[in-house]
Ligand binder design. Structure first.
Ligand SMILES: *[C@@H]1O[C@H](CO)[C@@H](O)[C@H](O)[C@H]1NC(C)=O
Ligand SMILES: *[C@@H]1O[C@H](CO)[C@@H](O)[C@H](O)[C@H]1NC(C)=O
Ligand SMILES: *[C@@H]1O[C@H](CO)[C@@H](O)[C@H](O)[C@H]1NC(C)=O
Ligand SMILES: *[C@@H]1O[C@H](CO)[C@@H](O)[C@H](O)[C@H]1NC(C)=O
Length: 753
């Protein structure tokens, strides 16, 4: 930083950037902070840059130039420069400024990734993964689309140079006062293992749109050329050799919410005729009559006013005619021809308005477009169902459970969730508007069935169980092909009966899409690999770095580089102190102090204490394995164990009142899967040798099938604890389960993490 400084300029920049991100500083605050830091530095040979400009420049990847595209915000005509006059200026009066698409060249981003050891060496993951079951769908590689590319000879086993991409985009509103939003276009490499696939440093940013809602071709056409080059081959230099090689990439999947999907496909609307992007169901409108009492000034003359409105719905029909990639392109071309004759901006043919560049980018734009879980399942289907059941709006409907709402909330608040579900769930009555996607997910998979049991009538609950069971299967990490077939049948029945049980007017697009869920999973693998969840954070990170509308395009470009560069500069830190500081700022919740490594994937957390003599059951359990206190060994206890991604917290850890991270499955005697509650962990050290062994003391549970009406809930079991305790070697622990208590009944649910 300056002569004799204890910290290098690189470390300092990384630390400051971590601080900026953690505390969401804006441009002014960053500049002030830099000046403040500089006040404390010697001025001789000072490398500390005092302006934001230099700060950003320091992190910029200067060899990847950014390309700015400008458009008129009234008519979206292409402008040469930011200040150019719109060629159609005479046709529209308002001059509301420009929209910007900041293109970040994709090929240099990919070339940089290919030089990195961690990236390159992990591209072979699909060949090295351990499948739970060979026939099952466990990743995108097991979907039809990937298999087609494989049989075309696109992927080869020995050289991981050919790869595939998944695309995402979504509108992120900025500055509440304007109608402008950011639309980043992301690509991720499917060949990376799931834990690396969506990491920031491996996410490619094709570009960011800033302005009103874009058209597909405005944000995709600039990407078309580079993506075609990527498809036909570009030079990379893998870390293992000096020679360059040719790599090829194809976009096989896309995932977005419904409004973005309609935009990307060049379609008219998802709540109008032919709104489904997968099939050609027209749908129809139904009238809604609302009666409203208007109380006049003098309370006597109350009037009853009826208001009618209509909604577009997709009623159940048995046969659905699917769209195809090539037909959709043709429909777009036809629609453009018709538009030239009619000049009606609403023109569309079977819902398609124009030929979107998306179909030139994708291997198959219809089969490759996922139904995303976050928006469709959780913020769509799940949220709508909660609203139908509990909103005052629907309190007179037969299905309404409004009168039980406080009981439901009471049950909800009493539940102790495991710590892998980051958020607890807030009350429905007061806080449903603040629920995030993960809360709807937790409600759907784990909480809703046991909570609604006894409240919802059996007919409705059986119907609901069908939905949740199917979603649970499609979200799981290993899906048997026969389960896929039965899900399709069950979901079809669910949608058919939904119309009967809830009414035609609620048959909106999200419920219709349930019928295509299996189609999508068959093509792209389990839903978890085409989810929009990972992109939420990325969008948030970019948003945090945009401060004010001035020079927004340079802010956007810097934001992208900062986000992608930070993880790399963190890896490169020379000072351990700075590294710890940055990690603390960036991952405030992930800090766990390792007590002792047990093996490569497990470590103990906390402190060791001599096992209390009050834990007689624990001594008894150990004695069954021939381990006794004082007989050549020391027995200590500890409370927490980190195993892979999971942090088991034993029941004896009294501070965790709101969580239950001790209900688990484990192997007893190496072969039978059992359930139970981890009471405490023990470490047994020999007094004569260096031998140490680790055990979990577990109170054994008993599970029974959970049956509702005539249906068994496959992923939830009734559960009770027995009086027996066992000691099991720690490597026999398996999963952490979600334990749900409602009244005096206990349930355990298989997790989908
Ligand atoms: C990449 O794909 C092409 C087909 O486009 C194929 O001929 C080539 O062998 C593949 N290369 C590798 C290393 O898989
Ligand atoms: C935002 O859009 C709404 C409706 O499209 C419009 O009424 C409003 O004036 C717009 N606001 C701004 C600041 O442009
Ligand atoms: C009640 O329903 C109407 C339309 O059906 C909706 O616009 C409104 O937001 C609903 N109110 C609540 C509190 O959900
Ligand atoms: C890491 O540090 C080395 C030496 O200080 C430097 O040459 C290299 O460019 C740095 N890498 C990154 C990604 O910053």
């Amino acid at each position: 930083m300056y002569e004799g400084a204890p910290i290098s300029i690189g470390d300092s920049m990384a630390a400051i950037l971590s601080y900026v991100i953690r505390h969401e500083l804006d441009g002014k605050q960053i500049v002030d902070l830099m000046q403040l830091v500089n006040l404390h530095c010697k001025s001789e040979k000072n490398e500390m840059k005092t302006s934001l400009y230099f700060f950003k420049k320091y992190f910029s990847c200067l060899d990847c130039p950014v390309i700015y595209h400008y458009y008129c915000s009234s008519c979206y005509a292409n402008l040469k420069e930011k200040k150019s006059q719109c060629p159609n200026a005479e046709l529209h009066t308002s001059t509301s400024g420009t929209c910007i698409f900041v293109e970040l060249p994709l090929i240099p981003q990919l070339q940089s990734l290919f030089t990195q050891e961690e990236f390159y060496s992990n591209l072979n993951y699909k060949h090295t993964r351990n499948k739970v079951c060979q026939e099952n769908l466990e990743d995108i590689y097991d979907g039809q689309i990937y298999k087609e590319l494989e049989s075309n000879g696109f992927f080869s086993k020995d050289k991981p140079l050919n790869f595939s991409l998944i695309m995402n985009t979504d509108g992120v509103p900025v500055f509440k006062s304007t109608n402008k939003s950011l639309w980043p276009v992301f690509f991720n490499v499917n060949e990376l293992p799931p834990h690396l696939r969506f990491k920031k440093e491996y996410t490619l940013i094709g570009g960011i749109w800033f302005g009103g809602k874009p058209y597909a071709n405005l944000i995709l056409e600039p990407l078309l050329k580079p993506l075609k080059t990527i498809e036909s081959g570009f030079a990379v230099t893998p870390p293992t050799s000096e020679k360059s090689a040719i790599a090829k990439g194809v976009v096989i999947a896309a995932t977005t919410d419904l409004p973005a999907k309609v935009m990307i496909c060049g379609m008219a609307s998802y709540s109008g005729a032919f709104g489904c992007q997968i099939c050609k169901l027209e749908g129809g409108s139904v009238k809604i009559i609302k009666k409203k009492k208007i109380v006049g000034a003098q309370k006597k003359n109350t009037e009853e006013v009826t208001k009618t409105s209509s909604v577009w719905v997709y009623r159940f029909t048995d046969d659905l005619e699917l769209r195809s990639h090539s037909e959709t392109i043709q429909l777009g071309i036809q629609a453009q021809r018709v538009l030239q004759e009619t000049n009606d901006p609403k023109t569309n043919i079977l819902g398609v308005k124009y030929p979107s560049a998306f179909f030139k980018i994708m291997y198959d734009g219809i089969r490759g477009f996922a139904i995303d879980d976050l928006h469709t399942m959780y913020l769509g289907v799940t949220k709508t169902l909660i609203r139908l059941l509990f909103d005052s709006n629907h309190s007179t409907e037969v299905f309404s459970l409004r009168k039980y709402l406080s009981l439901v909330d009471q049950r909800l608040m009493a539940i102790q969730l495991p710590n892998f579900l980051e958020r607890g769930v807030k009350k429905i009555e007061t806080d449903i508007a603040f629920w995030k996607g993960t809360e709807f997910q937790t409600w759907a998979h784990y909480l809703s069935i046991p909570i609604l049991d006894g409240i919802m009538s059996e007919r409705y609950l059986e119907h609901y169980v069908d939905l949740i069971s199917c979603i649970h299967i499609l979200q799981s990490s290993s899906i048997p092909p026969e389960a896929l077939l039965s899900c399709d049948k069950t979901l079809t029945n669910f949608v058919k009966n939904f119309e009967v049980l809830y009414g035609t007017r609620y048959m909106t697009m999200v419920f219709h899409l349930l019928r295509h869920m299996v189609f999508v999973v068959d093509n792209l693998g389990p839903m978890r690999h085409t989810s929009c969840f990972p992109y939420e954070n990325l969008n948030g990170d970019i948003l945090k770095m945009i401060h004010g509308t001035r020079y927004v395009e340079t802010q956007l470009a810097s934001a992208c580089f900062l986000i992608k560069q930070l993880p790399k500069s963190l890896e490169n830190l020379s000072s351990q102190h700075v590294r710890e500081f940055c990690n603390k700022l960036l991952h405030p919740s992930l800090r766990l102090k390792k007590l002792e490594s047990i093996d490569s994937s497990m470590f103990s957390v906390g402190t060791y204490k001599l096992l209390s003599s009050q834990c007689q059951y624990a001594y008894d359990a150990l004695a069954q394995l021939g381990i006794q206190k004082g007989v050549g060994c020391t027995i200590q206890s500890f409370l927490k164990l980190k195993k892979g991604k999971l942090l088991f917290v034993s029941r004896s850890y009294l501070r965790s009142v709101r969580t239950n991270s001790f209900t688990c499955t484990f192997l007893l005697d190496n072969d039978t899967l059992r359930y139970g509650a981890i009471d405490i962990f023990v470490k047994v050290s020999s007094n004569f040798s260096t031998e140490v062994r680790f055990f979990a003391i577990i109170q054994l549970g008993v599970v029974l099938p959970y049956v509702i009406g005539k249906k068994q809930v496959p992923h939830i079991s009734r559960y009770s604890l027995s009086k027996d305790y066992v000691a099991i070697p720690i490597n026999q622990l398996r999963d952490m389960l979600v334990c749900v208590q409602v009244g005096d009944k206990f349930f355990v649910c298989q997790p989908i993490y």
